[in-house]
Design a binder for this molecule. Structure first.
Ligand SMILES: Nc1ncnc2c1ncn2[C@@H]1O[C@H](COP(=O)(O)OP(=O)(O)OP(=O)(O)O)[C@@H](O)[C@H]1O
Ligand SMILES: [Mg+2]
Length: 170
């Protein structure tokens, strides 16, 4: 299973969401390969930090792939029955984003519920995904994931009970 987090906007939570997905998949016994397709290499640094802290699972592999060709090659190489391949790209429109889409079985689109994020998410589903689908000739499902819910915010009345629990527990 190959999953990419994609949106041509910075800071919506792509890398954080992929780290969460990696944790869940590892816990369920899958081998996880994280492909770091972001030139800033934040994921690679994270994996290095885990290693130094003696907290990196053996079944978590990090592959640095900063060109479309490297991303496609790594995704194909590490994809198997009992593995999850996660592709992280930077929040901008570039060939790495397209390579991630092209290689994936499903795309997660993290958004904060704000106009800019929603607009960027719709660009992915209405423009870039159809391009990838046309090129590779098979469908590509996408899931929008709302991130950064402000449950601590006093305005979130519906969540006041949960907020009280969080505040009581620091
Ligand atoms: N669900 C969340 N709740 C609260 N904060 C979050 C959440 N997800 C991400 N963040 C915070 O938002 C910031 C940006 O997150 P992240 O680096 O995952 O975004 P990104 O989309 O990968 O950014 P970039 O496009 O720069 O790679 C970070 O400070 C992160 O801790
Ligand atoms: Mg990121």
């Amino acid at each position: 299973m190959i999953i990419s987090a994609a949106i041509a906007k910075g800071g919506t939570g792509k890398s954080t969401l992929l780290r969460a997905l990696a944790s869940v998949a590892l816990k369920r016994g899958y081998a996880v390969t994280l492909i770091d397709g972001d030139v800033r290499q934040n994921m690679s640094r994270w994996a290095q930090m885990l290693k130094e802290a003696g907290n990196r699972p053996e079944t978590l592999q990090l592959v640095s792939a900063t060109t479309p060709r490297e991303i496609l090659k790594a995704a194909e190489l590490h994809n198997s029955e009992r593995s999850v391949v996660l592709i992280d790209t930077e929040g901008t429109t570039n060939d790495n984003l397209m390579a991630g889409l092209f290689a994936s079985d499903i795309v997660v689109v993290p958004i904060f519920f704000a106009l800019d994020d929603v607009t960027a998410a719709i660009q992915i589903t209405d423009h870039y995904i159809p391009l990838a689908v046309e090129t590779r000739g098979r469908p590509l499902p996408a899931v929008f994931v709302l991130t950064k819910q402000t449950i601590i915010d006093a305005k979130a009345r519906a969540l006041s009970e949960l907020r009280a629990i969080i505040q009581a527990n620091g």
